[in-house]
Ligand binder design. Sequence first.
Ligand code: AMP
Length: 619
Amino acid sequence: MAKIGINIATGSLQKEEIIVGIDLGTTNSLVAIIHPETKQPIALKEHNTNTLVPSVVYFNKLGDILVGDEAKEFLISAPERTIFSAKRLLGKNYGDIKNNASFFSYKIIDEDANRQVKIKIDNKFYSPVDLSALILKELKTRAEHILKTPVHKAVITVPAYFNDAQRQATRDAGKLAGLDVLRIINEPTAASLAYGLGIKKEGQKTIAVYDLGGGTFDISILNINEGVFEVLSTNGDTYLGGDDFDMAILKYWQKKMNISDEELLNNPSLMQALRLKGEEAKKYLSTNEFYTTTLNDKMLSLTKNDLNNLLKPLINKTIVCCKKAVKDAGLSLNKIDEIIMVGGSTRVPLVNDIVGEYFGKVVNNSVNPDEIVALGAAIQADILAGNNKDALLLDITPLSLGIETAGELMDVIIARNSKIPSSAAREYTTQVDGQINMRISIYQGERDIVKDNRLLATLNLKGIPAMPAGLAKVSVSFIINTDGILTVKAKELRSGVEQFIEIKSQLGIDDETVEKMLLDAMSNAKNDISARALAEASTEGEQLLKTTERFLQKNAGLLIENELAETAEAMQSLQLALTVADKNLIQNKTEMLNDISRPYAERIMNSAVGEAMKGKNIF
Ligand code: AMP
């Protein structure tokens, strides 16, 4: 990547700009590049430091900000001004996280359940985007210091289940940090790239990416076909990881030492010390058989066998998630070709054994599990820099995207599981005569009635030339770019008036919510279908009533007395059917009114009125 070129204008030597790969993690973050000489991906680190930068931000009372290892030191002494796990809050509102609010030791502002969460420190408010930006800025500065060249461009990774809002929030954080985010890619995709999978077009392969970090577990099933990536399914547990391993060891020792829960709760420094010793023991036993230490003059010990017994139930929980992911992907286990291990906790040998046993294969764990995602991001950066033109990346939308149509119905424009990038358009028309504005409400979800889905944004198409209802032709197009960011465009085709909106930093949801929305859609399918049928029938009936009324206002004089009386009666019974909301009755009465009005309408209608009488689908 860092080739030397000659600037033709000045004749001076210039370095080609470096694009870095960034893993913006919940616990740790890091930057990687492709080494200019070896062409291999490497994680960047300064002398005597770690490649991992803890994703922790500390604000001191003077307004100074520390990020990384220095900030981590304040987690215990100043928990209310030390922010960790900001990634868990990206693109979320308070309603999304209130059940887990106690997990965070800092102040999360909940003034409005529907607004993005904010964190208050002294008298300042910070959004998760601001906090992520501070971490990214630190990574950028680090990279610039190590590479001795400015860094402006990056590829950043996100979990496969991140929705549009969370991807956009990540992109916004990059922008705030002074980075041009060329691409947001999925973490499991990056991990696959780090093993060289999907870089060259080499047929079809199915891959399971098992990611067990400090606090979260994710399993993703990917399909790679001729260099094209597709996420088949994701699953996981947002509160399961190495921290739980440490807690299990802590509890084991607590029992051995006869310490009551109350005693432990009242002695946070003892609890902290036990937890840290627990983590030390866990790591030590990844390569040794026996651990021993002293704490307050008491001996603590743990054998590998003890550890395995403690961890087994926790690791088995991850297997339950794996089973669900394999099932959701619609695959049998033997169809999975490779298992890739990601995250520090996959250094525990028992994790590899149990996962390997479940999938019936030896797992891939040769690439450093802490660095693998950043290394893959660097490989993607290299592809974007034009150094590898063979690979193409593709993901899918987790939920359907659409707009509200008459009767508060969801009209899907891009269906769930569509490949990204993707685009689709549909045409709509106006509901009333002379309508010059059209409000387009954009929703995400699988339910038929929009109020059961998530409102993402509203677009107001203004300046439609006045014309009779049903004549305007409004094309609404949805475009999801390679980062999974949605742009919605509305254009009135007769006049060319258009408006667009990029769906930015709207409120996010996690994979559990996605799963819940899918389950809700399935369990309510029957009710939804009848609600949709009623809404459609009502819209058609109402529309026919309106157009008949308008027709009569203009043309009553051209109708014979009998026609007028019959029409009035049919309109009345349709109105009644609409009031009682009986779908069959509405359809019946709509048909009757249509039958009565059709002969005279045909007789006298001019072309424009004729259009309006057809009772077409009106927005
Ligand atoms: P990550 O979130 O991917 O950085 O993973 C961090 C987790 O990996 C923490 O819970 C660490 O305790 C754990 N971890 C790191 N190194 C080891 C090791 N050698 N053996 C077991 N667990 C480890």
